[in-house]
Design a protein around this ligand. Structure first.
Ligand code: HPA
Length: 272
C-alpha cells in the first residue's frame, strides 16, 4: 500500500468517486462550491495533517462532488507562507488531491495588476511565474523538477475557447509570487513590471510547483482585483480585494463549468 500523508474522515473516504480535477479557490472565490452536485463537505480540521488558516475571507473546507457530471474535489481556502506556514504546508491541498487520485489541478487566486493594459475585475491565465518569495515546497529534498512548462498549454487553450464563446475577456501572463502579507510599494510594482510580471500575489506558486513535482497538470487563474500600488491613485484594501473577487467570480463560474468536461477529457496528455 502506498504512503498516505493525510488521514481522511469517513465522509470523505467513503466517497465513491475519484476526482478528475482538484481545485483550490482563493480569497472571495469560494461561491463556486454552490455549483457542485452530490456534494460531500468536510472541514480541514477534520483531515489529519492538513493545515488550516485564520485569515478573513479564507474558509477551510474540502468539498467533493460533481461539476457538469465530472467528479471534482474543491479546496475552499488555503494557507499562506505569510501566516508562518512553510511552502510545503502551503501546498498541502495539492498533495491531498493527489492522494485522492486527481491528476489535474486548477488553482485560483486574487492578484494585483502589474501590467497596466489589464483591466480590474477581469481574469488572467497564468502562462508562467516568478518565484520571488524564493521559497519551495520541495525544500529539504533534492527533486530537481523541470519548470519549463508549469502551466499546461492544452488546458489554457480550453479556457480561452470557453471565454471567447462566453464573450469574456481573459488575459494571459506572468504571475509574480511575493511572500507578503503587506501589499507592495509603488517602487516594488515598477520593479515587478521590469522583471516581466503581469500580476502579483501571495499564493499559488508553491501549489503549482508541488503539482508538477507529482506529475500533475496545472491550470491557474488570477482574479485581477486591484491595480498594483502606484498604478492608480487608490490605496489597496483587503476587503475591496475580496468584494471585487466575489463579483468577478460569477463570470468565471460560467466559463469553468463549460470547460470542466474538456479539461477532464484532456487527462493523461502531457503538459506543454
Ligand atoms: N498584491 C499582492 N497580492 C494581492 C494583491 C496585490 O496587489 N491583490 C490581491 N492579492
Amino acid at each position: 500500500m502506498s504512503f498516505s500523508e493525510f488521514t481522511l474522515p469517513a465522509a470523505l473516504s467513503d466517497w465513491k468517486e475519484t476526482p478528475r480535477i482538484g481545485m483550490v479557490l482563493g480569497s472571495g472565490l469560494g461561491g463556486f462550491v454552490d455549483l457542485l452536485e452530490n456534494t460531500v463537505s468536510v472541514d480541514y480540521d477534520d483531515i489529519e495533517r492538513l493545515p488550516t488558516s485564520g485569515v478573513e475571507g479564507h474558509v477551510g473546507k474540502l468539498h467533493a462532488g460533481e461539476l457538469a457530471g465530472v467528479p471534482v474535489a474543491i479546496a475552499q481556502g488555503r494557507v499562506h507562507t505569510y501566516e508562518g506556514w512553510s511552502a510545503r504546508e502551503a501546498a498541502s491541498t495539492v498533495r491531498l488531491f493527489h492522494q485522492l487520485g486527481a491528476n489535474t489541478v486548477l488553482l485560483t487566486n486574487a492578484a494585483g495588476i502589474v501590467n497596466p493594459e489589464f483591466s480590474q475585475g477581469s481574469w488572467m491565465l497564468l502562462s508562467d511565474h516568478l518565484n520571488l518569495a524564493r521559497l519551495s515546497p520541495l525544500s529539504g529534498g533534492a527533486q530537481f523538477v523541470d519548470q519549463t512548462k508549469v502551466y499546461d498549454a492544452g488546458l489554457r487553450k480550453i479556457l480561452h475557447n470557453e471565454a471567447e464563446l462566453a464573450g469574456v475577456r481573459l488575459h494571459e501572463g506572468v504571475y509574480a509570487w511575493v511572500n507578503g502579507p503587506e501589499y507592495e510599494t509603488p517602487a516594488e510594482v515598477r520593479m515587478l513590471r521590469t522583471l516581466g510580471a503581469d500580476a502579483v500575489g501571495m499564493s499559488t506558486v508553491p501549489e503549482a510547483i508541488q503539482a508538477r513535482a507529482l506529475g500533475m497538470r496545472v491550470l491557474a487563474l488570477s482574479c485581477l482585483t486591484n491595480f498594483g500600488a502606484g498604478i492608480s491613485e487608490n490605496c489597496l484594501d483587503h476587503l475591496e480585494v475580496i468584494e471585487v473577487g466575489k463579483r468577478a467570480a460569477r463570470t468565471l463560474h460560467r466559463i469553468l463549468v463549460a470547460a470542466v468536461p474538456g479539461i477532464s477529457r484532456e487527462q493523461g496528455k502531457s503538459t506543454g
